[in-house]
Ligand binder design. Structure first.
Ligand code: GLU
Length: 291
């Protein structure tokens, strides 16, 4: 197996201490496996993309000694690949148009008193649009036992999700015409030949959807490792929304030592980026039994 890993930031703002942890974990895993590490700019969600943020992220990564082994992939340039996958799913009968507004979905959930009322799409348009225009396009998830998707996460252990009860048929093409993250990420991981996904645990909940989509598209499922997310003093996940400070460029080594500590890796006396990465990679390899 040729290890291929990736770091996939969304250019919605500058990197912060939380995104550095994901970047570092994915890089250490790739280096420990003597594999490739590829950066992918996840700018599929154009309205959330901030001009200049992607270049700033790439420059910050470089400053921290993190260089993509291949030219970064930009989701905004991959429309044809998403369209192609979508058409294959459509031809195979996996997707259907949905005319529901957010409001209608919320209302029908309240009426149904569903247990997972806040999450699962109730399947209103499975049987047709009922004369309404198509807004989004959804992937039909299976019913019954087939809806349970399980995987072993290398950090978090055994995971299962009942797609029908907890998620419902999910959007691949959004009402605003944009490709949904779930479709883009599965198509991109597959076409880049990604064998190992290492990312923040905020995406743990998306993994079953992605594995199911991989099965529909008949592409391999990578191995997954989700690192715990970094929280602020109020216990909220660090993000732009919770006011995370952008990573400064003054003391990259200090920030890296801090990020490593979050991964339970103590790098005591790194005098340079090079010695930091050598020590941290060796510790990561020991922890995960990578020879
Ligand atoms: N772009 C996503 C984020 O920044 C990461 C997606 C992924 O790693 O699968 O949260």
């Amino acid at each position: 197996m040729t290890y291929r890993g990736r770091f996939a930031p969304s250019p919605t703002g500058p990197l912060h201490a939380g995104s550095l942890v994901s970047a570092l974990a994915s890089l250490l895993d790739a280096r420990a496996h003597r594999g490739s590490w590829i950066v992918r700019i996840e700018d599929v969600d154009a309205p959330r993309t901030v001009a200049g943020a992607a270049d700033e992220i790439l420059a910050t990564l470089a400053h921290f000694g993190m260089h993509s082994d291949e030219p970064p992939v930009w989701q905004s340039q991959r429309d044809a690949a998403y369209q192609d996958a979508f058409e294959r799913l459509l031809a195979a009968g996996f997707v259907y148009p949905c005319g529901c507004t957010r409001r209608e979905i919320a209302d029908s959930l309240v009426h149904a008193h569903a247990r997972h009322a806040t999450l699962a799409y109730p399947g209103t348009c499975r049987s047709g649009l009922h004369g309404r225009p198509a807004r989004a396009w959804r992937l039909r998830v299976p019913d019954g036992d087939a809806a349970r998707v399980g995987f072993v996460d290398r950090w978090q252990g055994i995971q299962t999700q009942d797609l029908a009860a907890e998620v419902g048929d999910f959007a691949l093409k959004r009402a605003d015409g944009l490709w949904a993250y779930q479709l883009a990420v599965v198509v991109d991981d597959a076409s880049a030949g990604i064998t190992h996904v290492v990312r923040g645990a905020d995406l743990l909940d998306s993994t079953a959807r992605q594995i199911y989509l991989q099965r529909c598209l008949d592409v391999p499922t990578p191995s997954y490792l989700h690192v715990s997310v970094v929280s602020n003093d109020a216990g909220e996940k660090l993000s732009k929304q919770t006011g995370a400070a952008p990573l400064g460029r003054d003391a990259p080594l200090d920030a890296l030592v801090q990020a490593a500590r979050h991964l339970s890796i103590e790098v005591a006396a790194a005098g340079s980026l090079e010695s930091f990465y050598a020590d941290a990679t060796a510790q990561w390899a020991r922890r995960f039994g990578i020879i």
